[in-house]
Design a protein around this ligand. Structure first.
Ligand SMILES: Cc1cc2nc3c(=O)[nH]c(=O)nc-3n(C[C@H](O)[C@H](O)[C@H](O)COP(=O)(O)OP(=O)(O)OC[C@H]3O[C@@H](n4cnc5c(N)ncnc54)[C@H](O)[C@@H]3O)c2cc1C
Length: 310
């Protein structure tokens, strides 16, 4: 369900209101503030508030009395040094708060990131909307043959149609029963005055995991980068990855120097074990090393060769 006219109006009103401040602001992030970026079929992410910028990282690292910044290239160099050497606390000086709408099964993965502050829509207090995530056909895939935690080839034809129908029907039927048990209309009045209606905190247990929930989620830049490193990775499930990818777009606007350092030293970097480094040194010395004589398991060998593009 797209945002309602009333929700659009609330966002527009927030965007129209401007405040003067002595604190640092980032024009590129100000341009995005409050706007909902649509994700999946009913989800979104929007930035509600933030504190700090690239300069705040530098300022904290230098424990400066003023802004602490010097030439842009020097500041970027310091940020890259901090990222490279995992000197992480200066990145914790920046904070950001998102409003996220996401399917419950994605929320279960997301909530595992403990280093954040969360306030979720209360389904004890309010009735959840009739909104379910139904994957786009391209995301409807079979179990992977090689990865027990992943998906493989896309389903086609009758099987795909049948799966989509099951997902829709089950979610709809469970929601119908939820509404029936609640016995309340949109204004909260009893649909059937002869029935008491079940408490919202109990009726919700019948809902399917693809039902959408919402929360406000606040974290600092260090932990946000950790979240992105894990959830924008190819091993993460597609449905959480789209949110991490959208957060990465926010990072590019908010802290471009920190993002670039993160892209270079985390996202695009690889880690080699001590044994892998030994293998690499033998290869660089001209030796033809094979998996059998490498001291690496088949899986490690495949991972290393993958990282080397071999
Ligand atoms: C691809 C993928 C597959 C996964 N599969 C599973 C799975 O099958 N089952 C499952 O249960 N989970 C699974 N997870 C979740 C994963 O194990 C982590 O719980 C999740 O990624 C959060 O990571 P985190 O703990 O580093 O993050 P955060 O909770 O944000 O913590 C950040 C860092 O803070 C520190 N920290 C936080 N809390 C503590 C603490 N109590 N003690 C010590 N240090 C702490 C750690 O250094 C941690 O890395 C999976 C995650 C990914 C990305």
């Amino acid at each position: 369900m797209p945002l309602t006219d009333a929700q659009h109006a609330e966002i527009a009103a927030q965007r129209d209101a401007a405040a003067t401040t002595r604190r640092a602001t980032v024009p590129a992030l100000e341009a995005l503030l409050f706007t909902a970026v649509p994700l999946l079929d009913h989800g979104f992410i929007r930035v509600i508030d933030y504190m700090g910028d690239d300069a705040a990282i530098v300022q904290a690292a230098r424990v400066s009395y003023g802004r602490g910044t010097r030439r842009v290239s020097e500041d970027a160099g310091l940020i890259r040094y901090l990222m490279r050497h995992r000197h992480s606390t200066p990145f914790e000086m920046c904070e950001i708060k998102f409003h996220v709408k996401l399917p419950i099964f994605v929320a279960r993965q997301w909530i595992r990131h403990r280093t954040a502050n969360v306030n979720e829509y209360s389904a004890r207090y309010s009735v959840l909307d009739r909104e379910f995530y139904i994957p786009a056909p391209a995301q409807l895939a079979a179990q992977s043959d090689v990865n027990r935690q992943g998906r493989g080839a896309v389903l086609h034809g009758d099987e795909a149609a049948e799966v989509l129908a099951l997902l829709r029907d089950d979610a709809s039927r469970c929601y119908d029963h939820y509404a029936q048990m609640l016995n309340e209309d949109a204004q909260g009045a009893a649909v059937d005055p002869a029935r008491q209606g079940l408490a919202r905190e109990l009726a919700r247990m019948n809902l399917t995991l693809n039902t959408y929930t919402q929360w406000y989620w606040k974290t600092d830049l260090h932990n946000l980068l950790h979240f992105c490193a894990l959830r924008a990775d190819a091993h993460a499930q597609y449905e959480i990855r789209v949110y991490a990818d959208a957060i990465i777009d926010v990072l590019k606007a908010w802290v471009p120097a920190a993002y670039q350092a993160f892209a270079d030293y985390r996202l695009g970097a690889v880690t080699f074990s001590a044994q892998m480094v030994t293998v690499l040194r033998r290869m660089l010395a001209g030796e033809a090393v094979a998996q059998a004589g490498s001291g690496l398991s088949k899986r490690e060998w495949a991972e290393m060769m993958g990282a080397l593009g071999k």
